[in-house]
Design a protein around this ligand. Structure first.
Ligand SMILES: [Fe+2]
Length: 277
């Protein structure tokens, strides 16, 4: 099931759709783009965290009435500044993955005045959460060395489809392609906000293929890994051996090795092939 892990779909809460009508239109565009499941990720600083699940259920019911075949899950997009403000219960409301492998979407900051990404990620690790790094290619103040350090600590990269299609300028597009080629674990999400900033996984996948990224790598980033990490945690994108290597032979969070689902095993086989192991 094609799954979007970063998508502003809740109406009237942040800079996403203004109202129900626009949210339903945006959801229809996602279905046309091939998506069947969306994790709603409002900017956490702009929303009542306790209300996200209820708002997501309400919108899901509206979509059902409108005949839009889309499953919704509640989530949120943390900025580095949000991390120290929320308590563990609030973070848990926004987290995904199995009980022993919870993770959160943490955006790479667009502006220099924001708390540094690596410091926020370290705090989340210390509090028991791994991180999916949102749009690292859009963060001029997060150098590649910092991104590699975060991946060494277990993070997975979420590149914006909108960066690949050029919506955020040439530098973000160039960096997104470079990160996709880098061998670091990544997946795509639209980070859609409105019909004017729509879902575009399919055109972004074409951009990656045109840039010479192997089709199975693109398929994993768009169709396989988002669903896999939602159900199995970020280890599905790294593979159990990759996770062990990233943490010096032992999971930083002390997780036991879990029996991999068929989907996670498929991702692991694919990623091993890509690494040449
Ligand atoms: Fe976003």
């Amino acid at each position: 099931m094609r799954t979007e892990l970063h998508f502003h779909l809740l109406p009237g809460v942040d800079d996403g759709p203004a109202d129900d009508r626009e949210a339903i239109e945006l959801a229809r565009l996602a279905v046309e783009d091939g998506t069947r499941r969306i994790v709603t990720t409002p900017h956490v600083r702009l929303v009542d965290v306790e209300a996200v699940a209820g708002m997501t259920d309400r919108l899901g019911a509206l979509l059902g009435e409108a005949g839009v075949d889309l499953e919704l899950r509640p989530g949120g997009e943390l900025s580095p500044d949000d991390v120290g403000v929320l308590d563990d219960v609030q973070l848990e409301r926004l987290a995904h993955g199995p009980p022993d492998s919870r993770w959160l979407l943490l955006e790479a900051p667009l502006f220099s005045r924001t708390r540094a990404l690596d410091s926020a990620a370290e705090e989340l690790h210390d509090r028991g959460f791994e991180v999916l790094i949102g749009h690292p290619e859009r963060s001029p103040n997060t150098p590649d060395s910092a991104i590699r350090g975060l991946v060494a600590d277990g993070a997975v990269l979420q590149l914006n489809a909108s960066s690949l299609t050029g919506a955020h300028g040439g530098e973000a597009r160039r960096r997104a392609v470079a990160l996709a080629r880098s061998g670091l674990p990544f997946l795509l999400a639209s980070d859609a906000h409105s019909p004017a900033r729509p879902p575009q996984l399919t055109p972004a996948a074409r951009v990656l293929i045109a840039a010479g990224i192997a089709e199975d790598a693109v398929s994993a980033a768009v169709d396989l890994l988002p669903e896999a990490i939602l159900s199995d945690g970020l280890g599905a994108a790294r593979g159990p051996r990759g996770a062990a290597a990233a943490h010096g032979g032992r999971s930083r969070l002390g997780q036991r090795e879990r029996a991999a689902s068929p989907l996670a095993r498929a991702a692991e086989v694919f990623l091993d092939r890509r690494r040449g192991t």
